[in-house]
Design a protein around this ligand. Structure first.
Ligand SMILES: Nc1ncnc2c1ncn2[C@@H]1O[C@H](COP(=O)(O)OP(=O)(O)OP(=O)(O)O)[C@@H](O)[C@H]1O
Length: 227
């Protein structure tokens, strides 16, 4: 296995904007080493979500290449990209995006079953993760009966369920109050470090950013070290 979980090489992405073109990423380079946790801190609208979507193979770059474990994503079939998204990459968003009609345990078990894990093993892993996030006793609760912090914990647990090598998070605690955000973020870091997952986390919060291994920002469509 190639040791570099994620590499963006000369990635470009532009969007149509009215009659013109908006170049958002203009030759972005980023390497995420195994187990490395990187904060992406940049002003609103500079392309953080775009970068995460490209890294997560949800969008394709207009130029350049995204390498996941050394494989060039651009040359993969849609099925192969989907398989990578299921097993190698975990996603956390600002709003939990849990399935409202399923319990906390089912929300964490379902992506595992989609990746071929048996229901029994998936439920066991879901319960183990819920316990790690202090949610024992909440297994049968649907998202609507959980607090905001609990919902985000379940969403993070779901992202880690398939033991991904890469976690991509877009403001994972951005909709929580300061104290809850601080605690949930600490739990996220503990799990990510404990499992040796490489993570790229977009945040507007400089204090959370400082708890990661390094901080990068976007400058005119390129990734640069934050000063
Ligand atoms: N699908 C799209 N079509 C057209 N323009 C888009 C699209 N997605 C993003 N953009 C534009 O690209 C720019 C970068 O957007 P992006 O969401 O990546 O920024 P961001 O840094 O994540 O912002 P925020 O911090 O506010 O979430 C913005 O100007 C946005 O309006």
């Amino acid at each position: 296995m190639n040791d570099v979980p994620l590499r963006l090489a000369a990635v470009e992405r532009r969007y149509k904007s009215g009659s013109g073109v908006l170049p958002v990423l203009r030759g972005a380079e980023l390497t995420l080493a195994a187990g490395e946790i990187v904060a992406l801190v940049a002003p609103s609208g500079t392309g953080k979500s775009t970068l995460l979507h490209l890294a997560g193979l949800l969008e394709k770059p207009d130029a350049g290449e995204v390498f996941v474990e050394g494989r060039a994503a651009g040359s993969l079939s849609d099925d192969a990209r989907t398989a990578i998204r299921r097993t190698t990459i975990g996603f956390v968003y600002q709003f939990h995006h849990l399935l409202p009609e399923f319990t906390a345990e089912e929300n964490i078990a379902l992506p595992q079953m989609a990746a071929g894990v048996s229901r029994k093993a998936a439920n066991a892993r879901a319960r183990e993760l819920l316990a790690a996030f202090g949610l024992t006793g909440r297994e049968d609760h649907p998202p609507g009966k959980l607090s905001g912090g609990e919902q985000q914990r379940v969403a993070i647990a779901r992202a880690l369920a398939n033991r991904p090598r890469i976690l991509l998070a877009d403001e994972p605690t951005g909709n929580l109050d300061v104290g809850t955000s601080d605690r949930v973020f600490g739990e996220l870091l503990e799990q990510v470090r404990g499992q040796g997952v490489a993570a790229l986390v977009a945040t507007h919060n400089p204090e959370l950013a400082r708890r990661m291994d390094r901080i990068v920002t976007l400058d005119e469509g390129r990734v640069v070290a934050a000063s």
